[in-house]
Ligand binder design. Structure first.
Ligand code: R5P
Length: 286
C-alpha cells in the first residue's frame, strides 16, 4: 500500500527526493523555484490543496538553499499539509555547534530552530555533530549512509576500509562490515584549512585495494593525504568515498590525481553522487 504522503524536492535534492518517493511508493512533486531580479527566492508548489503529510527534501547548503527550504515548508503549510517532515540530506553549519570563541554565533542551533518553525520531524544524514538533533523540538533522526555505501561496494574487490582518523572509525567499520572486509584508521593532523598530514602508521595495506571512507570531502586535503599514505604503505589501489561531496576549490580534480576513483552519496548532487541514501531515509520516515 502506498503511504499517504507527498515528497516535495527542492532544487538541491531533486534526484534524491524522487528516489525517496519511489522507496516510499508515494507521490513526488518538484517545488517550482525561481529568483526575482534582485536575487530573492520565489517558491511555489503547483498542486491543489494538500491534506496529506508532506516530506520536504532539501539540503541547507549553501545559504540560498536554506531560504528555499523554509519557503517550501511554508508553501506546503499554506496548501493545508497536515504535517511537514523536513529531510535535510546535508545540513550546513553543523561544524559551528559551539561558540568556539567569545562573541561567535551558535550557527547550527539557529539553522535547526528556523527549520523547526513549520515542521515537526527532522531527518538528516551523517550529521557532523549529532547535538544538532537535540535542538530540534520535535522528532529528529540522524540516518547513517554506511549501509548504502557498503552495499554499493560489495563484490567490487575492496580488501580494506580505512577511516582517515580515529573519530571516523565507527563509520568505516559499518561500511567494512557491510562489505565483509577488515577495517583500520589512519592518524590525521590538520595543519591548516587545506593542508592535512597523516602520521606514519603501521596499517597492513600492502597489495590491497583500499577504500577510504569519510563523512565530508571539502577541499580534498584529508583524502589526498590519506591516499598518499596508503600508497607509501604499498596499497594496490585507492578509492575514496564520502557521504557529503562538497568538493570545494576543484577538489574532485585534485583527488582524481591521487585516487583511482572517487564517489559520494546523493546528499549533495554532483557528478560522482552515484550512491543513493533514499533507502535509509525512507526507514526513518515510515
Ligand atoms: C572532518 O572532521 C571531516 O570529517 C572531514 O574529514 C573534513 O571535513 C574533510 O575536509 P577536507 O576535504 O577539506 O580535508
Amino acid at each position: 500500500m502506498p503511504l499517504i504522503m507527498i515528497v516535495i524536492g527542492g532544487s538541491s535534492s531533486k534526484m534524491l527526493a524522487q528516489d525517496l518517493a519511489n522507496e516510499l511508493r508515494c507521490k513526488y512533486l518538484p517545488a517550482s523555484v525561481s529568483h526575482f531580479p534582485d536575487g530573492e527566492t520565489y517558491v511555489r508548489i503547483e498542486a491543489d490543496d494538500i491534506d496529506d503529510e508532506v516530506v520536504v527534501v532539501q539540503s541547507s547548503h549553501p545559504d540560498h538553499n536554506l531560504v528555499e527550504l523554509l519557503l517550501i515548508q511554508d508553501a506546503a503549510i499554506g496548501l493545508g499539509a497536515r504535517k511537514v517532515s523536513t529531510v535535510v540530506p546535508y545540513f550546513g553549519y553543523a561544524r559551528q555547534d559551539e561558540r568556539f570563541k567569545k562573541g561567535e554565533a551558535l550557527s547550527a542551533k539557529v539553522m535547526v530552530r528556523l527549520m523547526e518553525m513549520n515542521s515537526s520531524k527532522f531527518v538528516s544524514v551523517d550529521i557532523h555533530k549529532p547535538i544538532v538533533l537535540d535542538w530540534f523540538r520535535g522528532d529528529a533522526y540522524d540516518v547513517h549512509a554506511a549501509p548504502c555505501i557498503g552495499k554499493f561496494f560489495k563484490g567490487h574487490g575492496v580488501d580494506l576500509v580505512l577511516a582517515p582518523d580515529e573519530g571516523a572509525l565507527q563509520r568505516a567499520s559499518e561500511v567494512a562490515r557491510a562489505i565483509g572486509v577488515e577495517w583500520d584508521y589512519l592518524e590525521k593532523t590538520r595543519l591548516s584549512g587545506e593542508v592535512v598530514r597523516m602520521a606514519p602508521k603501521n596499517v597492513d595495506a600492502k597489495d590491497k585495494n583500499a577504500l577510504i571512507v569519510d563523512d565530508i570531502i571539502s577541499t580534498g586535503g584529508t583524502i589526498e593525504a590519506a591516499a598518499n599514505q596508503l600508497k607509501i604503505l604499498g596499497a594496490k589501489s585507492v578509492t575514496a568515498v564520502c557521504t557529503h561531496g562538497l568538493f570545494a576549490k576543484g577538489a574532485l580534480d585534485r583527488l582524481r590525481k591521487c585516487c583511482n576513483a572517487v564517489y559520494s552519496t546523493n546528499t549533495i548532487e554532483n557528478e560522482v553522487s552515484v550512491i543513493s541514501v533514499a533507502p535509509q531515509i525512507a526507514k526513518a520516515l515510515r
